[in-house]
Design a protein around this ligand. Structure first.
Ligand SMILES: [Zn+2]
Length: 349
């Protein structure tokens, strides 16, 4: 069985297509033939063997990559508690949890003490076949291709959690998405516009600014290459600022993100790709009733809600590129060099 395998940490070239034994599902599991897997910054961090505060312990190598994906059911175990049948197209949820603690019972699975992420803590989905409990699977919404669906689970669950569960977005509010070209940012802008918010985006690239401005769910684009770019936000909003900022960049952008917030505004954080030690003023926060909220990924409850939203609102992931399993390293390069608008997907078919 072909798989994207990591045998040592390093640059994109350490990724190999390996040959692994096919998984044997237990009677309670479902066997899925994977069609695609969306790449995330997480894949890059796993490949590099990133360590530090808030990062999971190093995993045993060799390791199979891939947090999110979609595929087709090929076999349902005799004791699997599910209505799924061979031939059904499914999205694979990226989180695994104990299933019985108080958080799991509420569906808040990402708060579980034994929470694990596919492709980070345990072997991932970038392989031909995966055996999983049916509690990890949801049907693909009608109208989405399997490649599009493979860009949904981590990406849209994270965006939904940031905006809705943690950020408590309301219709009519203004949302600013910082560094707006990645998969989670695009998803956040689609969902925010659908929820009735006015959507502002920042990018450092003039070319990306032109392309973002053409997207129907982006209402205004700002140039974050300009020092003190929060002045542009205040000018555009008549001095009010925005109600919610979604910032996954971190240290380089936090100061302007906070200064972009209205009185009582919320900065919601799902990553720190640019560094995790920002230089900010605590007084600028509390004096203006502003809040900083952490939203790492999301739970099964968020996943179910966002998949239903995708179906009902006809939302489609924006696919920047699809690469073969052999070219996974090229996909990593695109993400590391920040060349993309939307998702890079590994085609596993
Ligand atoms: Zn639990």
């Amino acid at each position: 069985m072909r798989s994207v395998v990591l045998e040592r940490y390093g640059g994109p070239d350490v990724l190999n297509v390996g040959d692994l034994a096919e998984p044997r599902p237990t009677p309670g599991e479902v066997l899925v033939r994977m069609a695609g897997s969306g790449l995330n910054r997480l894949d890059v961090f796993v490949r590099l063997g990133l360590t530090g505060p808030g990062v999971r312990q190093p995993r045993a190598l060799p390791h199979v990559m891939g947090a999110e994906g979609a595929g087709t059911v090929v076999e349902v175990g005799s004791e699997a508690s599910t209505e799924l049948a061979p031939g059904d197209e499914v999205i694979v949820f990226s989180g695994l949890s104990c299933g019985h603690c108080r958080y799991c019972r509420r569906g808040e699975t990402s708060r579980c003490a034994s929470y694990e992420i596919l492709g980070e803590d345990v072997w991932g989905v970038q392989r031909e076949l995966v055996a999983l409990a049916p509690t990890s699977l949801l049907r693909v919404p009608e109208g989405l291709s399997l490649i599009e669906a493979s860009a949904v689970p981590t990406t849209y669950t994270t965006a939904w959690t940031m905006l809705m569960t943690t950020g408590r977005l309301r219709a009519g509010e203004r949302v600013l998405v910082v560094g707006a070209s990645g998969g989670v940012s695009i998803a956040a802008m689609q969902l925010a516009a659908q929820a009735g918010a006015e959507v502002l985006a920042t990018t450092r690239s003039p070319d990306k600014a032109r392309r973002l401005a053409r997207l129907p769910y982006v209402h205004h684009v700002l140039d974050s290459a300009e020092p003190g770019w929060s002045a542009q936000v205040l000018e555009y909003t008549g001095g009010d600022g925005v109600d919610l900022v979604a910032d996954a960049v971190g240290a380089p952008t936090w100061r302007d993100s906070i200064r972009s917030l209205a009185t009582g505004g919320r900065l919601v954080v799902c990553g720190a790709t640019g560094g995790d030690r920002p230089d900010i003023s605590i007084r600028e926060l509390y004096q203006a009733h502003r809040q900083i909220l952490g939203a790492p990924f999301g739970g099964w409850n968020d996943f179910v809600d966002v998949v239903r939203m995708i179906q009902r609102a006809d939302i489609r992931p924006l696919i920047h590129a699809s690469v073969s399993m052999e070219r996974t390293a090229d996909g990593h390069r695109v993400i590391e060099n920040d060349e993309h608008i939307g998702k890079v997907v590994v085609d596993l078919s």
